[in-house]
Design a protein around this ligand. Structure first.
Ligand code: SAH
Length: 393
């Protein structure tokens, strides 16, 4: 068994059960990609069993803090079962659900989503990569399914020194699927869509948006960064008269229009714009065009804290413009999915945007990722998605 020894004082985060070991914390030791190492404090005390990543800044990710634990196939089979069974306790009103959410489920570097009878997995860490076959079989055994598609094409794979890998890993089937969520259906493509094909993490927010549309009788809705139209369909399902949806991806917009049709909504209730959100918001402001509900769900502007400053300006810009074109009494659902922007900082950015737009509002709800994208006490980085629901004064 190979060992890595930490520098003095660097054991503290592991003692708090935080599962990452940065390159800079290691005094000596190493191993092959994905190999299990024993992690020790500077004076040789056991701290954790971890998967080694020779080329990543996060040089090792913890599998277990229990010295007696063996990191073998039964360990991964049990971990997959625990993660999947935990979902029975979560309120998920959909047949699309995240079954494994990396660190938060004790399986760093592994993401698994279920869409109906199909699993889609991302093996993002060297450890998950090394145990891929065991994990794939365990996931199928626990769910009783036969089809697993691999989408290991996220940019983080290259930070781990791993090549892209996509395609059927177990079984075979269609890659165009239809998901049932709350009162609606959404088509997605697991081979070509973003992430594993869909943004399951916004499920609860889409529900709340539909609730607001119904209660407040939305007339003119603007869905910015609409992707495949999740919030568009939610608003229409809640009875919104008309939704304008903007995205810069042609294929996403095609799917969004198809999703409006799939749910039986009249095409004249939806307009799609293949455009840049920032430029469109400016254009609406200059034309004096207003909306009584707006969604701002941009891509990750700040993947890490290092990008936070530039990202903060980008978030402030779109929020300021959105406030300007929001009717008094109108509702803004605004989000950041950047790990590098804390909930507190996001609130400050939105406050600054309101100041600049000379608009005040009531924060009526704080939103987060759906519960199957859990945040745990020991891993605060798990809180990546945060949102504010604001009713303009
Ligand atoms: N709200 C969506 C997810 C949004 S993901 C849902 O519920 O499913 C972010 C989207 O922003 C992507 O579809 C991406 O194509 C789009 N995008 C990124 N930059 C953009 C820009 N500058 N203007 C318009 N759309 C953009």
């Amino acid at each position: 068994m190979k060992t890595i020894r930490l520098r003095e004082g660097k054991e503290r985060s592991l003692q708090r059960r935080h599962p990452w070991i940065f390159e800079s914390a290691i005094a000596r030791g190493g191993a092959d990609s994905g190999e299990t190492v024993r992690v020790e404090s500077h004076d040789g005390k056991f701290l954790a069993w971890a998967a080694f990543s020779p080329s990543s800044k996060i040089r090792a990710r913890v599998w277990s803090f229990d010295e007696a634990q063996r990191i073998d196939a039964p360990f991964f089979i049990a971990a997959c079962a625990r993660s999947i069974r935990a979902r029975a306790r979560f309120d998920v009103q959909s047949d699309g659900m995240r079954l494994v959410h990396g660190e938060s489920d004790g399986l760093p570097g592994l993401i698994v989503d279920r869409y109906g009878d199909t699993l889609v997995a991302q093996f993002m860490g060297s450890g998950a990569e090394r145990w891929k076959d065991v994990l794939a079989d365990a996931l199928l055994a626990e769910t009783g399914l036969t089809k697993l598609y691999e989408r290991s094409d996220a940019s983080s794979r290259s930070l781990e020194g791993l090549p892209e890998a996509t395609g059927w890993l177990r079984g075979e089937g269609p890659t165009e699927l239809v998901l049932r969520e709350h009162d609606w259906q959404l088509g997605l493509n697991i081979a070509e869509g973003h992430k594993t094909g869909f943004y399951l993490d916004q499920r609860d927010s889409r529900k709340r948006f539909a609730d607001h549309a119904r209660r407040l009788n939305f007339q003119r809705v603007l869905n910015c960064f609409c992707y495949t139209g999740g919030f568009t369909v939610a608003a229409l399902s809640g009875g919104a008269a008309h939704v304008t949806s903007i995205d810069s991806s042609g294929p996403a917009l095609e799917k969004a229009a198809a999703n409006v049709a799939l749910n039986g909504f009249a095409p004249e209730r939806a307009t799609f714009m293949d455009a840049d959100v920032n430029a469109s918001l400016r254009q609406f402001a200059s034309e004096g065009r207003t909306f009584d509900a707006i969604v701002l769900d941009p891509p990750k502007f700040a993947p890490t804290v290092a990008h936070a400053e530039r990202a903060a300006r980008a978030y402030k810009d779109i929020n300021r413009l959105a406030f300007k074109i929001l009717e008094p009494g109108g509702v803004l659902f605004t989000y950041s999915c950047s790990g590098g922007i804390s909930a507190d900082l996001f609130h400050k950015i939105v406050a600054g945007a309101g100041m600049d737009a000379q608009v005040d509002g009531f924060i009526t709800e704080r939103m987060g990722g759906a519960p199957d994208h859990p945040m745990t006490i020991n891993f605060p980085e798990g809180e990546y998605l945060k949102g504010l629901v604001i009713v303009r004064k």
